[in-house]
Write a protein that binds this ligand. Structure first.
Ligand SMILES: *[C@@H]1O[C@H](CO)[C@@H](O)[C@H](O)[C@H]1NC(C)=O
Length: 146
């Protein structure tokens, strides 16, 4: 019985799947810069935004009364940028696609939002990051050596 169970557990672990990932702040900063082509100028703002949207958790889904549901690292907004169960919205994707640890699609969508309207559509950025030290690059240089 125990042997059977351990085989089942092993099998589940071996299934190819995208899991959740909790990023460390500096790891994400480096990935955004080196793997995803983010501009250094706004990097600290992006990191501040991700912190307040998802606390660096790729599986984040934030639902609050009176506010639209936000998905993934960047808090991609349901019914504006994505739709549940269909590839629609500004980013043309299912919201659920933004909750795994494959973040290329998240990055693509976040960049699209930024190209259109900058950071201003991210309410958390407006409140917590705009004009604060958290949005400053010297902070990242100091903390992460970037
Ligand atoms: C930004 O917000 C405005 C007003 O809600 C909306 O019309 C626009 O589509 C949004 N843009 C993006 C890229 O999310």
């Amino acid at each position: 019985m125990l042997k059977g169970l351990s085989i089942v557990v092993l099998f589940v672990y071996l299934l190819p799947s995208y899991d959740a990932k909790l990023y460390n702040k500096c790891e994400l900063a480096r990935d955004l810069l080196n793997k995803h082509g983010f501009d250094k100028t706004y990097l600290a703002n992006w990191i501040c935004l991700v912190k307040h949207e998802s606390n660096f958790d790729t599986s984040s889904v934030v639902e609050r009364p009176g506010r639209r549901t936000r998905y993934g690292l960047f808090g991609i907004i349901k019914n504006t940028h994505c739709k549940e169960d269909s590839n629609r919205g500004i980013c043309g994707r299912k919201c659920e696609d933004f909750t795994d640890d494959y973040i290329d699609d998240d990055v693509e969508c976040a960049k699209l939002i930024f190209e259109r309207d900058g950071f201003k559509n991210w309410t958390n950025w407006e409140i917590r990051c705009k004009n604060t030290d958290l949005g400053n690059i010297p902070n990242l240089r100091h903390q992460c050596g970037i």
